[in-house]
Design a protein around this ligand. Sequence first.
Ligand SMILES: Nc1ncnc2c1ncn2[C@@H]1O[C@H](COP(=O)(O)OP(=O)(O)OP(=O)(O)O)[C@@H](O)[C@H]1O
Length: 296
Amino acid sequence: MFRRSRHPSSGRAEGEESPALPDARLGGQRPLPASEYLPGDPAVTLRDVHKRYGRGNSAVHALRGVGISLPRASFTAVMGPSGSGKSTFLQCAAGLDRPTSGSVLLGDTDLTKLRESRLSDLRLTRLGFVFQHFNLLPALTVYQNIRLPLKLAGRPVDRGAIEQMLARVGLPDRARHRPGELSGGQQQRVAIARALITDPDVIFADEPTGALDTTTAAEVLTLLREAVDNLGATVVMVTHEPSAAAWADRVLFLVDGEVSDELMLGDPEEISARMRVLTSATDRPQSAAPGMRGRG
Ligand SMILES: Nc1ncnc2c1ncn2[C@@H]1O[C@H](COP(=O)(O)OP(=O)(O)OP(=O)(O)O)[C@@H](O)[C@H]1O
């Protein structure tokens, strides 16, 4: 089982009370759900988002009126049975796909009103992505992979900042290596460094631990957790694994395209139990994610 390690006072002045982080299971109490800490300052807001694929009898309603607000500097996991709309949620929230109706706001910017060119600029400058299979460019070195989003966005490259980022993800001596020379966990750490280097408003992670063993997965989740706690990043992560979701502040459960439930600071057992209820209610088989079984 993964162990969550929190950093209660990080990102705040010394002695300042942290509103967000005391973990009930680590002996503290958390009086409010994350969604209520910064009610006026969400990083991402979905308002009555519908997504329909196809038309007529063959139409699939992948999202049915999702309305949710994700506070800045929070870590949200999205779970749900196979086909419940998790990927569609992530794609719409990240401006990679357009909802059929409803709106998606990144801060104050309504993504559904932007042209494609503005949207891709915004994805480069304000969003970070971490994928299950890392998606690093194999011909580039680790350093060049991390530098890439800055170059694509036409932003100045600060060599020191990239080296610092490499140290932050625990790979200070791997700058000249190619991804093929690294383990899966190391590649995912590079992908996280690449996602963080632009200081994005939100990092979207799609099954970031799906290809990793338990120990390596915990290292990667620690980095995402630290990005939230120490850098004030906002992370949204789709996962099938209760042990991974337990690193989040909040778990959203999707069923048939709707947010049917949520859990604050759930531990793997609670999250698994909630998933079992949802899965039996929808009477659908789980996706064959190995992490879903045997963990938590
Ligand atoms: N491009 C598409 N065209 C038609 N239907 C689609 C498309 N993409 C997704 N769907 C359908 O929308 C529904 C939600 O799919 P989605 O991939 O978002 O679910 P998911 O929860 O991520 O599933 P999984 O856990 O299996 O990856 C499913 O019924 C799926 O078949």
